[in-house]
Ligand binder design. Structure first.
Ligand code: R5P
Length: 293
């Protein structure tokens, strides 16, 4: 028998995915002991299992995944698929400073050794262009939520006065996919990051956003620093209205005040990470990929 296995924090998307795939759903039972260790309760022994878990705040989640995958293999599960809409530890893909661990490579060997198929959405890949390079020998797919964000913009009435703005060239593919789906132009800025909370975004000289509704898109909104600076620079270049859409919202809701102070009317996200800003579902995108991977 095949099974969709989800975790308590991601139950809504797991339920939708299981229904769409016609699979029974099992939500993993978890217990955290006072010393921080995890107890994982397993379903039976499916022949093939799809495990859904976003790996934001990843450390405990990774250990629990290891326990789950290891135990399923012990019980004879033949094919294991990981759907991690948010895939952790992808950005450290080189030794930026001497001595730093290249976590992407280690993570690739670790997860690649556990799973036969891995699916992620907007994984933070820079110098590595293909998710398959991260997980050699594993069937891997990197999806983009851009068309979903673009369709959301369309539903909001996006027209010729709208523009999609990405903070830096790393957001290029997301900008293009969003802009194409919305049928509006896209623009990419340049970002300088000086620290976790210290970034500045610049737009090409002479950019005129007067009268435009600017939809700022980014793969992740975490500290919110990038989004706030992108909003400020868009305003300086004349934008009359600001909205924001992200694939992965990992910011605390207290940040909304700062986003509003920067002139952002609304922030929306995809539902790979459950968050009050979730406005579009990844379900159909994931189902389509799982059917063909
Ligand atoms: C950076 O390379 C990413 O694409 C995002 O721009 C970044 O992770 C956003 O982080 P924050 O919200 O902390 O500025």
């Amino acid at each position: 028998m095949d099974m969709l296995i989800g975790f308590p924090e991601g139950e809504a998307l797991a339920r939708a995915l299981a229904t769409a795939l016609g699979l029974p759903l099992h939500i993993v039972g978890l217990h955290r002991f006072p010393d921080g260790e995890s107890l994982v309760r397993l379903p039976g022994a499916p022949e093939r299992a799809i495990i859904l878990r976003s790996l934001d705040q990843p450390n405990d989640k990774l250990v629990e995944l290891q326990f789950l995958a290891g135990a399923l293999r012990e019980r004879g599960t033949r094919e294991l698929t990981l759907v991690a809409p948010y895939l952790a530890y992808m950005r450290q893909d080189i030794e930026f400073r001497p001595g730093e661990v290249v976590s992407q490579r280690i993570m690739g060997r670790w997860l690649g050794g556990l799973f036969d198929r891995i699916v992620a959405v907007e994984p933070h890949l820079h110098r590595t262009h293909d998710l398959g390079e991260v997980f050699p020998g594993t069937r891997a797919a990197a999806l983009t939520a851009g068309p979903l964000l673009g369709n959301w913009a369309r539903r909001q009435g996006a027209d010729a006065t709208w523009l999609v703005l990405g903070p830096d060239e790393e957001a290029d593919h997301l900008v293009q996919a969003t802009a194409d789906a919305a049928g509006i132009p896209g623009l990419v800025g340049a970002k300088v990051r000086r620290g976790d909370h210290d970034v500045s975004v610049a737009l090409p000289e002479g950019t005129d956003l007067s009268g435009r509704t600017v939809l700022i898109v980014d793969d992740v909104v975490s500290s919110g620093g990038t989004l706030i600076d992108a909003a400020k620079v868009a305003r300086r270049h004349g934008a009359s209205r600001l909205l924001a859409a992200t694939t992965h919202a990992v910011f605390p809701m207290e940040k909304m005040e700062a986003f509003q102070a920067a002139g952002i009317e609304q922030v929306i996200s995809a539902d790979g990470i459950p968050h009050p800003t979730n406005a579009v579902s990844l379900c159909d995108l994931l189902v389509d990929c799982l059917k063909h991977l």
